[in-house]
Design a protein around this ligand. Structure first.
Ligand code: PHE
Length: 444
């Protein structure tokens, strides 16, 4: 029925960019560098890389494959691979949908800040200093209004659907972002203090190693690759049958990790340059001050040292960041919207508004109780919900889904699959190694 007329990404590259657009976002530029800076730098980087390749990549393949096989929203896709337990399968989809909505509710707040730092300098340049200050300093009213602006932008893109909305936004901008990062990194490394940050990021000091660090690195890897909350599943469902999933997933993981790595190369040195210039970064006990907003004090401090050119680079940077955040947030909203349009037979234009509205309300509750709720919602979703649901998906693919069906599905875009090294390792890997690894991290 709906399946043949269901929207699809028009090309393989369009899909890679959309999935990479989902993956690359605040997780890379805000989450990863902040976590690295508060967890000893290089040790965190090392464990993170391990988590991405040993755990997140195999699960990314699993989620994309479930989605493409189901060719439907996550609830239906999960049911189709577990027809004996349709109820539990649907519950898993619903859990993912709730988790991703909660992620969007804090994500929109942080993305709103980006918006503030984008518009602030422009207003300042034309003399509206008070407004610029309001945009750039922490307050409930600012957090609320900018969050709403960002939610509306997300709603507008998702409203237009996959081919028109999502794909168009995701193409072309990613390379520009990467180039800008490399340029800024080149600049920051010439500044006084930068080497200290670079050393922290690249030279491991194993005294920082702890089980908490491993849990954070796992959460960060899941968050950065948009796993465990059905975003990749829903994007997989728009994927053409002739796409090679293991290869595409590898490209997405590689791109995402490169952006996180380059962001670390920029932001850790930038922190120490800022510290050198008098910005306080660590407290006396050596813990990061205001870690949530760290990136937002360090980067503007860097643009300030660049003279007039810095204003333009700063604006360009925040424009690209808003777009990167938007290509991620649309992959979040798409999950409940796809469920509502297909399960409740609702019009996309209707579903997008009421679901987006509910998320905006929840996000406002966080804004008004920022101190109590912001960190809590982040850790509940990224450190618990994402890995736990990810583990359930691994168990489903490894133990419940018929091996032959999995094989046929991946084979559609990868005819020589049976002879590949991938097929020798991956099936038992998601069946045993991934769940065991996740359990170990949890009980460590
Ligand atoms: N991966 C996105 C980022 O790094 C966040 C995200 C999480 C997107 C979960 C979709 C689902 O910013």
């Amino acid at each position: 029925m709906a399946s043949s007329s269901r929207a699809q990404f028009s090309s393989r590259i369009g899909f890679i960019l959309a999935a990479a657009g989902s993956a690359v976002g605040l997780g890379n530029i805000w989450g990863f560098p902040t976590q690295a800076a508060s967890n000893g730098g290089a040790v965190f980087l090392f464990v993170y890389l391990l988590m991405v390749f040993a755990l997140a990549y195999p699960l990314l393949v699993a989620e994309l494959t479930i989605g493409r096989y189901g060719n439907a929203n996550p609830i239906k896709s999960l049911r189709s691979i577990w027809p004996q337990q349709r109820g539990i399968a649907a519950l898993l989809g619903i859990a993912g949908m709730i988790a991703v909505s909660m992620i969007l509710s804090f994500y929109a707040i942080v993305a709103g800040w980006l918006f503030g730092f984008l518009v602030g300098p422009i207003l300042e340049a034309i003399g509206f200093t008070t407004a610029a200050n309001w945009l750039e300093s922490f307050s409930t009213s600012r957090n609320l209004i900018l969050m709403i602006v960002f939610m509306i932008m997300t709603i507008m893109v998702v409203r237009n659907g996959v081919a028109n909305g999502i794909e168009r936004w995701s193409t072309r901008l990613m390379p520009v972002l990467l180039v800008l990062f490399v340029v800024m990194t080149g600049y920051i490394l010439t500044q006084e203090g930068a080497m200290e940050g670079l050393k922290m990021f690249l030279v491991p000091d194993f005294s920082h190693f702890s089980s908490g660090l491993v849990v954070s690195a796992m959460g960060q890897a899941f968050f950065s690759l948009s796993l465990g909350v059905c975003s990749m599943m829903v994007y997989g469902s728009y994927l053409r049958k002739d796409t090679n999933i293991p290869k595409t997933a590898a490209q997405v993981a590689l791109l995402d990790t490169s952006v996180a790595f380059v962001a670390g190369l920029l932001i850790l040195p930038a922190m120490f340059v800022a510290q050198h210039n008098g910005v306080e970064i660590y407290n006396d006990a050596g813990a990061l001050l205001d870690s949530d907003t760290l990136v937002f004090s360090v980067l503007p401090a860097m643009f300030n040292t660049m003279g007039t050119g810095g204003v333009f680079i700063g604006i360009l940077f925040f424009v690209l960041m808003v777009i990167a955040a938007l290509t991620s947030s649309i992959s979040m909203l798409e999950v409940p919207v796809a469920c509502a349009t297909e399960e409740l037979q609702q019009d996309r234009k209707v579903a997008v508004w009421w679901i987006g509205g509910l998320i905006t309300i929840f996000s406002s509750i966080i804004v008004f109780n920022f101190g109590d709720m912001f960190g809590l919602v982040i850790s509940l979703t990224t450190e618990y919900a994402q890995p736990i649901l990810g583990m359930c998906f691994a168990l489903l693919v490894g133990w419940i889904w018929k091996r032959d069906q999995v094989l046929q599905e991946i084979k559609e875009g990868y005819p020589e699959l049976e002879q590949s090294l991938f097929w020798k390792i991956w099936p038992w890997y998601v069946r045993v190694v991934c769940p065991v690894m996740m359990l170990m991290v949890f009980f460590a």
